[in-house]
Design a protein around this ligand. Structure first.
Ligand code: PLP
Length: 454
């Protein structure tokens, strides 16, 4: 690492407080500084090329240098660089995008509300649910059930819905009224002799028991990713969603599908809700909506969700909620062009086809002594890295993932360690040859890792 006082590395250490980083390790180790992108690749300042096997943060669907998105942003910047939707104001890109999203929804949706990040969208949804329950004269119906290892963001409310320890510890979270039910990870949570379907039944029974013990009239909604992403790429067990939805239906509890990772093709269908036959009342959208070229998010809701909120705001005189950057015209223009590209190039079908190749390749590593489980759907997958047999006790959680990550980087592949699971989530534009390149890099990395563990 270049540690001359004026180097980028030294200035990064001196001034830049990083997200999701151990600051004390960073002070010693310094940053990996990216310089430019091209297709599925990014290049660091030393000129090293990496396959961006995570699409940045599960988000760059169309790759790292899409001229059409650059042009869409530039043209909108030149025409109307900023406007808002407060006080009855609107603009073309917001109107076009709202109509487009409602048209794409897998179930009939009524309205779109625009926000700037996944966290902000989920935070806003919680506020809207509270508002709606008050509107309906059910002020006790405010709690939300999420899942252990679910990921819904990092604001006070969305971090509370997130079910991961490091998002709560020392932040004094979760706030009251947010509950976490069983994580549907069969490989980790399934009991001896329990079939996958029986495990799904148990997950639904756990949810039912939580609702009963809290009081069904106190629960406003259940929030979940169709397929858990940041919690470790957890594919729901067979029959899970059918059983969960039956429980929610019994108690009149709304279902929020957090499609922030799954949305716009990731699982091989346009939405994860389609892949897993989910009928949500609210959908959270972000990341691939603009391929992350612009910070942007939204949520859609059914008329049944919207109407009481609109009535209440009508009574009060105004909806007391909105963000300066919400429905940003540049973000909306980029989103429209990005969705056009996804449709024109049939990137959803590509995700299904290349996804099948990626999944078959990952499953091929399942017999490797350091792979506990290979899992995933479409272009999102993971390998669970395990310790050498008999030495399981010698490793702290996350240590194997961190060690594995170094081998991936050495082999030119960016993955992400979620504890000891290594995630793969490449851009939707990936080709068959590039999927093979990822699998070759994984194979070489596993060999290097095994040698290190000897
Ligand atoms: N929801 C899901 C499913 C996510 O994966 C994420 C981020 O990874 C979020 C919400 C939060 O999004 P943001 O980081 O834009 O706040």
């Amino acid at each position: 690492m270049d540690l001359r006082p004026n180097s980028d590395e030294a200035r990064d250490i001196a001034y830049h407080f990083h997200s999701y980083t151990n600051p004390r390790v960073h002070e010693e180790q310094g940053p990996l500084i990216m310089d430019r992108g091209e297709g599925i690749y990014v290049f660091d300042t030393q000129g090293n090329r990496y396959i961006e096997g995570m699409s940045g943060l599960w988000s760059v669907a169309v790759g790292f240098h899409e001229q059409r998105l650059i042009d869409a942003a530039t043209q909108q910047m030149a025409k109307l660089p900023y406007y808002h939707n407060f006080a009855h104001r609107s603009h073309g890109p917001a109107i076009d995008l709202a109509e487009k999203l409602i048209g794409m929804a897998p179930v009939p949706m009524s309205k779109v509300f625009f926000t700037n990040s996944g966290s902000e969208a989920n935070d806003t949804i919680l506020k809207m649910l509270w508002y709606r329950s008050n509107a309906l004269g059910k002020p006790e119906k405010k709690k939300v059930i999420s899942r252990i290892r679910g990921y819904h963001g990092v604001t006070v409310a969305s971090a509370s819905m997130t079910g991961l320890p490091y998002n709560h510890k020392s932040f004094d979270l979760p706030i009251d009224g947010i509950l976490h039910t069983t994580c549907p990870h069969y490989w980790r949570e399934g009991r001896d002799g329990e079939s996958e379907e029986d495990f799904a039944t148990r997950c639904a029974e756990d949810l039912d028991a939580m609702i009963q013990s809290e009081g069904p009239d106190t629960i406003a909604a259940f929030i979940a990713e169709p397929l858990m992403g940041a919690g470790g790429v957890v594919v729901p067990p067979v029959t899970y969603w059918e059983k969960i939805q039956a429980v929610l239906g019994k108690y009149d509890i709304l279902l929020i599908a957090d499609e922030v990772i799954c949305g716009f093709g990731r699982t091989g269908k346009m939405f994860g809700s389609e892949t897993f036959d989910i009928r949500p009342d609210i959908m959270t959208l972000s990341k691939q909506i603009t391929s992350s070229y612009f910070p942007f998010s939204a949520f859609m809701m059914t008329e049944e969700v919207y109407a009481p909120i609109a009535d209440e705001a009508g009574r009060i005189g105004v909806l007391g909620h909105g963000y300066t950057g919400g429905a940003h015209p540049v973000g909306a223009a980029v989103a429209l062009e990005n969705l056009k590209i996804i449709e024109e190039r049939d990137l959803v079908a590509n995700a299904a086809e290349r996804g099948a190749e990626l999944q078959a390749g990952l499953r091929g590593f399942a017999g490797h002594p350091h792979v506990g489980e290979a899992r995933g759907v479409g272009l999102i997958g993971a390998l669970e890295i395990v310790a050498p047999e008999g030495r399981e006790e010698g490793f702290n959680p996350g240590q194997l993932g961190a060690a594995m990550n170094k081998h991936f980087l050495k082999n030119g592949l960016i993955s992400r360690a979620m504890m000891d699971a290594m995630a793969f989530c490449p851009p939707l534009i990936i080709t068959a040859a590039q999927v093979r390149d990822i699998l070759t890099a994984v194979e070489q990395s596993l060999e290097g890792f095994a040698a290190e563990m000897q």
